[in-house]
Design a protein around this ligand. Structure first.
Ligand code: 5GP
Length: 252
């Protein structure tokens, strides 16, 4: 399928115009960044794995009626998605304390939370995506109260689905980040899950050993990131046929 004009280049993905109005092509790069792009590397095969994994999670969400942007995977690195207007928030769901929550509150990483906790960051790289209360979101018009109710409901459904799927393959879903987009059907606006769901945006720990199988491997120099993501893909049965390295050479 022919790609159109590049319309946006992010840290890990590039968006191109799609073949029809209202569609985009999302290309998964091998670039890994952390700490607001202060740490950077190219991780061979990461884009191929994240393309497959995001397809797997989004298709699963579609099949249980959680609306999202995924239409179909096109090849090793690209997927066709619905164009939407991204709400400028990172929606974070936490089941266990880790990362910035542990740092902020002094709670040991891995401590189970009394219930899933949802928090919001304002998407702005220059500001380092600051944590914001719901009152700011509504007051500044980034989303309405009704949007926020819908976003929380969507986030909790994604959490239940993801936690269950991961538990089934021996992995604990510690936390994750999603992004939400708006699509219009006539005058009617709907909120859908957008961007990606992959080990780049989740914390995934092996239930038995506690081994980290997510981007913290890169952030904290804990080993080989491709190996960690390959293990997640292998357990879920979505490894590219010839492995990520082979897939890489096919697409590049
Ligand atoms: P924390 O706030 O603890 O750093 O991150 C919480 C969760 O959201 C983690 O799973 C982390 O991977 C994800 N997350 C937070 N901010 C970002 C971001 O800017 N990009 C990505 N890919 N994930 C993020």
């Amino acid at each position: 399928m022919a790609r159109g004009k590049k319309i946006y280049e992010g840290k890990a993905k590039t968006l191109y115009e799609g073949p029809e109005p209202g569609t985009l092509i999302q290309y998964f790069k091998d670039d890994a960044t952390a700490f607001n792009a202060e740490k950077k590397a190219v991780v061979d095969g990461k884009g191929v794995l994240n393309n497959r994994l995001s397809e797997f999670f989004m298709e699963g969400l579609n099949s249980i009626g959680v609306p999202n942007h995924f239409i179909k995977r096109l090849n090793m690195r690209e997927q066709l998605i619905r164009q939407c207007e991204i709400v400028p928030l990172e929606v974070i769901v936490r089941n266990f304390a880790a990362g910035s929550m542990s740092k902020r509150l002094g709670i040991e990483e891995g401590t189970r939370l009394p219930r899933p906790i949802i928090e919001f960051s304002y998407k702005d790289d220059d500001l380092g995506d600051p944590l914001v209360p719901e009152e700011y979101i509504i007051a500044f018009g980034w989303a309405s109260q009704q949007d926020m109710d819908d976003i929380v409901a969507l986030a909790l459904r994604v959490n239940d689905f993801m936690a269950g799927v991961m538990y089934g393959v021996g992995i604990k879903l510690i936390d994750f980040k999603i992004e939400i987009g708006r699509v219009w059907e006539g005058d009617f606006m709907r909120l859908i899950v957008a961007d990606e769901i992959s080990p780049d945006s989740c914390r995934l720990w092996d239930i038995e050993s506690g081994q980290k199988l997510d981007k913290d491997v890169f952030r904290r120099d804990l080993g080989n990131l491709t190996d960690a993501y390959t293990e997640v893909a292998r357990r879920l049965g979505v490894l590219p046929t010839n492995g990520p390295a082979a897939a890489n050479s096919v697409i590049n």
